[in-house]
Design a protein around this ligand. Structure first.
Ligand SMILES: *[C@@H]1O[C@H](CO)[C@@H](O)[C@H](O)[C@H]1NC(C)=O
Length: 534
């Protein structure tokens, strides 16, 4: 009966019952019993055993109906709730969340263990109030008295932890499985986690405080035996949940990785994708099988896995889909598939839809052999069509170049538009050199200094300052394009001594485009214009 009433009450509790405001600890009328004036008319106060739930709710601003609902369970003992609201600084919203996770909180009379746990954590980690609240909101069970002993008392695990950490005999499973905040702290310190980081872990993942010590010891012991170069603690720090990984599962996963797949750099794999540790044998073998099926040698499979451990995290169906897409839609040659996998394994994780869009775009701009294009620049399959490829293609079109130029140099698409392609184009234009005079390869493969010196025949410093001004204007475009910093940029005079403003190296087709004072030419407006298809 009581349970039903509580359940009904909890159901209404969800959000609207208690105001979601972050009100500070409520004042407790009980603290000043002499002053009868301030709580006049209050009738729910149970002077003997602290306030009733109804009273607490009333103080928290609950409505009459809600209080009436709560009165039905007024026989419950709400002392812990009272402590949380009045003394520990929890909000009514916190408490209602906690109650919905752990209804038993409304029935426990033992304030002492709850208070001790709160104060212990607060003092140990010097927690901010919001972090303290978060921990208990997520793990209200910590406030219940543990069945075996007080949560903050040393259960004797520490010597075992120390023995484990110092390479001594492995600690056997302990009898009791009580959660022990103190042990958690001790264990983590013993594997090298700094107090500051323990605190971060606890706030981020409060469940940590509820893990059985035996569990944590077992997994720590096993991971320690793998002799990684980095500490086990650093693994925990980044992935606290590893402490909860069942050691049998972890051991089997390691055996599959090392013995069956042949992984040598296990630590790389584990640190990059620790979830591999809790995967079953079939899940681990599946990606390896897929790779072998498309023609990778066992040795190469290992290299791919070591380079891209996230492979274990991909949906096998999706990976299969990518491979099928490469073969059937894109038309990669049979021999090219393993080469692409080896060189760019992360492409296996790129959504087929996205790759399909790229392929459609390449066809749209007139690339005839898209498969060949993609084997020459596989990452292109992961580029964003609208944000990346289209503007880059539009830029070429605006410079009177065409798809033939990109087909000769697919890597053009791999250069950043704003920091390389645009400023170089603008610089060339300021010298009156049209892009058409060069092969794209000549323009973009060299670094900035080489580009300035060998392609344009300018001092590297000159290009550097031009580029800086260009980027600044890109970041804060002025309303009138001609009034901007670039317009103010004055190219140094070319004297007969330094030669002409003509490239010393111009491998492109000779194209003596119009004479006149080319220096007047500025960055074209189109470089910031709408991104339209050519
Ligand atoms: C937590 O510690 C701070 C500073 O020591 C203290 O002011 C605060 O009252 C403590 N909170 C609880 C709930 O014990």
């Amino acid at each position: 009966m009581r349970r039903l009433a509580l359940a009904a009450w909890l159901a209404t509790l969800a959000a609207p019952l208690l105001p979601a405001t972050n009100r500070p600890a409520l004042r407790r009328p009980r603290a000043a019993p002499v002053d009868a004036g301030d709580t006049s008319g209050d009738e729910g106060i149970d002077d003997a055993g602290g306030a009733s739930l109804a009273e607490l709710l009333k103080r928290a601003g609950a409505t009459r109906t809600e209080i009436a609902a709560a009165k039905k369970i007024s026989t419950e003992n709400a002392e812990v709730i009272e402590y949380l609201l009045d003394d520990a600084g929890f909000t009514t919203q916190d408490v209602s969340e906690m109650l919905s996770l752990k209804p038993a909180l409304a029935k426990t009379a033992s304030v002492a263990p709850a208070r001790e746990t709160v104060e212990f954590l607060n003092a140990t980690f010097n927690l901010r109030k919001c972090d303290l609240r978060k921990i208990f909101r997520e793990q209200p069970g910590l406030l219940l008295p543990s069945p075996t002993n007080n949560v903050i008392r040393d259960t004797g695990a520490c010597p075992a932890v120390l023995a484990t950490a110092s390479g001594g005999p492995a600690a056997g499973p302990r009898q009791e499985t009580s959660t022990n905040v103190y042990d958690v702290v001790y264990l983590l310190s013993s594997v090298g986690v700094k107090p500051k980081n323990i605190k971060e872990m606890v706030v981020r993942w409060p469940q940590l405080l509820t893990l059985p010590v035996a569990q944590m010891l077992a997994v720590t012991d096993y991971l320690g035996s793998l002799q990684f170069e980095g500490t086990v603690g650093s693994l925990y720090r980044q992935h606290p949940w590893v402490l909860a990984a069942p050691v049998g599962t972890v051991r089997r996963a390691v055996e599959v990785l090392v013995d069956e797949i042949g992984v040598r750099r296990l630590e790389n794999v584990v640190r990059a994708y620790p979830r591999a540790l809790v995967k079953g044998r079939d899940d681990l073998l599946e990606p390896a099988r897929l790779l072998q099926d498309v023609g990778l040698e066992r040795e190469d499979v290992v290299l791919v896995i070591e380079a891209f451990p996230l492979l274990f995290g991909l949906e096998p169906l999706a990976t299969r889909g990518v491979l099928a897409f490469w073969r059937d839609e894109l038309g990669l040659k049979k021999n090219d598939v393993p080469r692409v996998c080896r060189a760019f394994p992360s492409l296996l994780g790129v959504d087929v839809q996205k790759q399909r869009k790229v392929v459609a775009f390449l066809r749209e701009i007139g690339v005839v052999n898209v498969a060949r294009f993609a084997t020459r620049l596989p990452p292109v399959l992961a580029y964003d069509v609208d944000a990346d490829l289209r503007p880059k293609m539009a830029h070429l079109a605006a410079s009177a170049l065409s798809v033939y130029d990109v087909v000769r140099f697919p890597a053009y698409f791999s250069y950043p538009l704003d920091t390389v392609i645009r400023p170089r184009t603008a610089f060339l234009e300021s010298y009156g050199l049209p892009l058409t005079r060069f092969e794209l390869k000549t323009l973009f493969t060299p670094g900035d200094a080489q580009f300035a010196k060998r392609v344009v025949g300018a001092a590297p410093a000159e290009y550097a300052s031009f580029k800086a001004a260009f980027m600044k204007e890109l970041a804060n475009p002025t309303p009138k394009p001609r009034g901007g910093l670039l317009a103010a940029f004055v190219k140094p005079e070319i004297t007969s001594a330094t030669g002409k403003a003509f490239p010393t190296l111009s491998p492109g087709a000779p194209d003596v485009a119009g004479g006149g004072d080319k220096r007047k030419r500025r960055r074209r407006r189109g470089s910031g214009g709408p991104r339209t298809a050519p």
